[in-house]
Design a protein around this ligand. Structure first.
Ligand SMILES: [Zn+2]
Length: 222
């Protein structure tokens, strides 16, 4: 089930209030149109009906994909020193067997996490690979301020995976979809997965672990 709620919010620009529909939880099997709106972040945008200006409105939401069996929380505030998110109360266990559960604290991380989990790849490895690529031995053609965002898994015509594409997001404004793309051979991902070091880097006990660059930066330092 999806859950929505309506709120009157004041416009930061003109001061008038307008209605904003919050998707407190999203089930994309029941509301397939919401998949794209979550992936492009438009569930968090509001256009003032009075002055026409558009704003980002962060709020907590739970994204649920029943077919692919994953759930992603987005929380606008990160708990202090917290590792991941646990929502169960004693005697009431949350979560479903066989599901992948994640939590995110940045809207961009939430959007990216949906794409990562939809790809069927191991997001522990993807995020650790990104961390390594942006580290000391970063490729020369990767701009200093670039942030990597998982784009897609590229396969050949027989469906064999060849490479993983990352969008390079830099401070310089580029229209969405026009970012520089970095291709990483799939073999590197496979080797890293075999190494088994990625899960150790994200060690945390939580029903909804946070598997992101922000987590690594806080706990491994950079
Ligand atoms: Zn306004």
């Amino acid at each position: 089930m999806s859950k929505i709620s309506k709120h009157q919010i004041p416009c930061p620009a003109c001061g008038n209030t307008g209605e904003f529909t919050r998707w407190d939880s999203i089930n994309v099997d029941l509301n397939p149109a919401m998949r794209e709106k979550a992936k492009n972040g438009s569930i968090f945008t509001w256009t003032c009906p009075h002055c026409g200006k558009t704003f980002t409105v962060p709020y907590a939401t739970l994204y649920h994909d029943m077919k692919r069996q994953f759930m992603i929380y987005y929380m606008p505030t990160r708990p202090k020193d917290g590792k991941g998110l646990t929502v169960s109360r004693p005697g009431k266990h949350y979560g479903l067997d066989g599901y992948i559960n994640r939590c995110t604290y940045e809207i961009e991380d939430f959007m990216e996490k949906i794409v990562e989990l939809e790809s069927g790849l191991d997001d522990y490895v993807i995020e650790f690979l990104k961390y390594v690529l942006c580290g000391k031995n970063r490729p020369k053609d990767l701009p200093e301020d670039a942030v990597l965002r998982f784009a897609t898994l590229v396969s050949d015509k027989d469906g064999r995976p060849i490479s993983i594409a990352f969008n390079c997001i830099t401070r310089e404004r580029v229209a969405p979809g026009k970012e520089k793309v970095m291709m990483v051979p799939y073999d590197i991902y496979e080797e890293m997965k075999k190494d088994g070091i990625a899960p150790q880097a994200f060690e945390q006990e939580a029903e909804f672990p946070e598997i992101s660059q922000a987590f690594l930066k806080r706990f491994l330092g950079q």
